[in-house]
Write a protein of this length. Sequence first.
Length: 251
Amino acid sequence: MNGSVVIAGLGPGNDALVTPEVSDALARATDIVGYIPYVARIAERPGLTLHPSDNRVELDRSRHALDMASAGKHVVVVSSGDPGVFAMAAAVLEAVEHGDPAWRDVDIQILPGITAMLAAAAACGAPLGHDFCAINLSDNMKPWELIEKRLRLAAEADFAMAFYNPRSKSRPEGFGKAVKALQDACGDDRPMIFARNVSRPDQTIKIVPLTEVTEDMADMRTVVLLGNSQTRVIERCNAAPLIYTPRSVEG
Ligand SMILES: C[S@@+](CC[C@H](N)C(=O)[O-])C[C@H]1O[C@@H](n2cnc3c(N)ncnc32)[C@H](O)[C@@H]1O
């Protein structure tokens, strides 16, 4: 019997933002693999086995999924947001490249989801309306010096930016160091957007001028956006401000 691995993005939290093709894959699955809070979003049903695991075991989780698929199971590996953005798709492919050669014959599909930065951008306007980049601020899997270099160069190139994993209990000082590097490199008061629990009932969006940002403003439930030098804030009397980055730059 031929099994399969589908690596699926569940979106930022609201079930209305799960794509129909991801819902179909979940309905056909025999096994669901993923980080505990993401697996908790999947309804139990007869014939479905849930395999929640800790955050730091991405490669073990990938090998487990590939082993089960080799044995004929239809496995869905779930990520929040999009599975290709700081998430499980790259981990599963790394396991395929370095693992059992038989895994190369497994039917593998990657189904996109709405990533946190796009849901956050839509919640406050269009701050990523021109060129932008996304940077993971966690130094668990890369040296801090590389993060600072990328921040400096992104500011120099005048990209708008999105920051994932901004500040955790085990890395309390990282976000403050990133903000200092950005304040030095940008040298202006462009808006920074703190989008927490986007698309969930307790969503909050805060807009803070870069010079007034402090390190305690972000946590792991926050995706942080930073405009480029042209980003505009439209104040409104009876509604939240709208932020956008113009589509064009004068030559
Ligand atoms: C390991 S990354 C996973 C990103 C995910 N694959 C995606 O595409 O959104 C986890 C980080 O994503 C961001 N994030 C995920 N869901 C979010 C949400 N609903 N609201 C705000 N930030 C979120 C946070 O920065 C969090 O620390």
